[in-house]
Design a protein around this ligand. Structure first.
Ligand code: MLC
Ligand code: AMP
Length: 505
């Protein structure tokens, strides 16, 4: 029986007592322990009636058990749908309803709030807490430590990851087993990962970066991870001497550089530092090399595509670029009006095609057709150019998107909440430079004529509706928004006007 993703990432480790996860408290989870945990969870899910292809929505804190839930879904042929732990109940109810999830796994603290949603949708709810306790693991303990892997084809769906959209409605990106496996295989080779690697893992495991890039690579090679619940500077510094590699968003690197304990000596055992999910400032790249002697390897990816490009392992890792298309990935720069390729060196929209590219958005054929061409090229929404030596440069975005600390925020989603508030005529949400998060959110509101606004009440409504990382750092009141002759709001003018609002120093 075959299940390519399970067989290659997990099944190959059967019976191995080699370390897989080093936990900050000193415990070690071996490959074998991890597989047993996954098998027990797979039993619970099949016993409660889940069938291959069913969706499992999980909003849980990072823990070995949470990672084993991913493995269990792969083994039982279920579609794993990890959700940001910051999402509010409002946000979650949309994802759960839209995906038609049959099982919701959440922290015990959220069970009460989610129970009515689950009931309304006919979904089952189980709990999994940060310490690994909960109804799911309670049931798992009584289960056998091996599970007959469900047969799957490489084209079968393995995961849904929700990504917000410019219209404010999130879309479930459908990723197949082959999408995930092909990309992990390429990255292992490109970045020279082996069973000897120890990866510092401080990213969340509900997004592509921490789950599919970091974890899948380490599973494929049989290496191990120092598995931390979140990014904590002290913990990173404490564990760096035993590690060989780290993956992070740019904020990880700027925070490390801001700490005097982060020295050349501390990083001397490290083989590789990788950055992605948001632009790494060339200045950070340079400072990092001066401090440690290491050149950060920057790569470029997306939820819909996993990784597309990477700076070379052996060749020159060029600051301010995202390197070359990965083997098997075709990348072209096109004119956003007619989709034709632009001349060498010119700026246009970045399109990619390859085995990494997703299968479309769940039950949204129009949105899929608008972004995924019939010939397989995906329109990323990023703007860039390719220089004479073939390095890809990202110069901006064709989509209204803010990236704060590696999290994507679509202004439209926030504008919809702001516009709904009493006394608000209209709003514009923009991203402005921020020393820690790269960019941060600023809300500009125009009150209805003669109205005085209760900013506190507006912020309270935002808190209710949206995850913390999407909240505007500040709300600014203006009499009117700048518009062009077509009546379109000129966000570029607002961005320029407020660009120094959170500047360092
Ligand atoms: C936390 N906060 C954020 C935030 N993270 N606000 C804006 N943007 C963020 N990214 C909030 C907290 O809730 C807190 O609110 C306050 O800001 C300060 O928190 P902190 O303690 O300083 O933040 P911390 O918990 O340390 O988190 C920062 C971070 C984290 C950068 C370590 O956000 C992170 O791990 N980001 C990684 C995101 C990621 O994995 N992206 C990959 C997407 S995949 P309060 O109210 O308590 O003060 C993808 C594809 C690809 O993009 O190419 O990889
Ligand atoms: P997400 O939707 O969370 O997968 O985010 C994908 C987006 O992150 C891309 O479309 C880019 O805009 C951005 N991104 C990822 N990696 C990089 C990078 N190295 N440099 C600049 N932007 C990046």
């Amino acid at each position: 029986m075959a299940n390519p993703l399970y067989d290659r990432l997990f099944g190959v480790h059967a019976g191995k007592s080699t370390p897989f996860l080093y936990l900050p408290g000193g415990q070690v989870v071996s490959h074998q322990d991890f597989l047993a945990m996954a098998a027990q969870l797979a039993h619970v899910m099949s016993q409660v009636g889940l069938k291959p292809g069913d969706r499992v929505a999980a909003q849980v804190q990072k823990s070995p058990e949470a990672l084993a839930l991913y493995a269990a879904c792969v083994q039982a042929g279920l579609v794993f749908l990890p959700l940001n732990t910051a999402y509010t109940v409002d946000e979650l109810s949309y994802f759960i309803e839209n995906s038609g999830a049959s099982l919701i796994v959440c922290d015990g603290k959220s069970e009460g709030a989610l129970a009515s949603i689950a009931e309304g949708l006919g979904a089952r709810i189980e709990t999994l807490n940060a310490d690994g306790s909960g109804s799911l693991t309670d049931q798992a303990q009584a289960m056998p430590a091996s599970f007959a892997t469900v047969e799957r084809d490489g084209e079968d769906l393995a995961a849904f990851l929700y990504t917000s959209g410019t219209t404010g409605r999130s879309k479930g990106a459908m990723l197949t087993q082959n999408n995930l496996l092909s990309n992990a295989e390429t990255l292992v080779t490109e970045w020279r990962f082996t069973a000897q690697d120890v990866l510092l893992h401080a990213l969340p495991i509900f997004h592509t970066h921490g789950l599919f890039v970091a974890t899948n690579i380490m599973l494929l090679t049989g290496g191990s991870m120092v598995f931390m619940p979140k990014f904590d500077l002290d913990e990173i510094i404490a564990h760096m001497p035993r590690a060989t590699s780290m993956m992070g968003v740019p904020t990880f690197y700027t925070r490390l550089l801001g700490d005097d304990r982060f020295t050349r000596d501390l990083a001397s055992h490290m083989r590789l530092f990788i950055s992605g999910s948001a632009p790494l400032l060339a200045e950070t790249h340079v400072q990092f090399e001066q401090r440690t002697g290491h050149r950060i390897l920057e790569r470029y990816g997306m939820t819909e595509t996993n990784m597309n490009t990477s700076n070379p392992y052996d060749g020159e890792r060029r600051a301010g670029t995202v390197g070359f298309p990965l083997p098997g990935v075709e990348l072209k720069i096109t004119n956003s009006e007619d989709g034709t390729e632009v001349a060498q060196g010119e700026i246009g929209q970045i399109e990619v095609r390859g085995p990494n590219v997703f299968k479309g958005y769940w039950q949204m054929p129009e949105k899929t057709a608008a972004e995924l061409r019939a010939d397989g090229f995906f329109i990323t929404g990023d703007l860039g150019h390719i220089d004479e030596e073939g390095y890809v440069h990202i110069v901006g975005r064709n989509k209204d998107l803010i990236i704060s600390g590696g999290y994507n925020i679509y202004p439209k989603e926030i504008e919809l909440v702001l516009d709904d508030q009493p006394g608000v005529l209209e709003s514009a949400v923009i991203g402005v430079p921020h020393p820690d998060f790269g960019e941060t959110v600023l809300g500009v509101i125009v009150p209805e004529p003669g109205q005085s606004l209760d900013v506190g009440a507006i912020m309270e409504a935002v808190r209710e509706a949206l995850a913390r990382f999407k909240h505007p750092q500040q709300l600014i009141l203006l009499d009117e928004l700048p518009r062009n002759t077509m009546g379109k709001v000129q966000k570029n003018i607002l961005r320029e006007q407020y660009k120094d609002m959170f500047a360092a120093g």
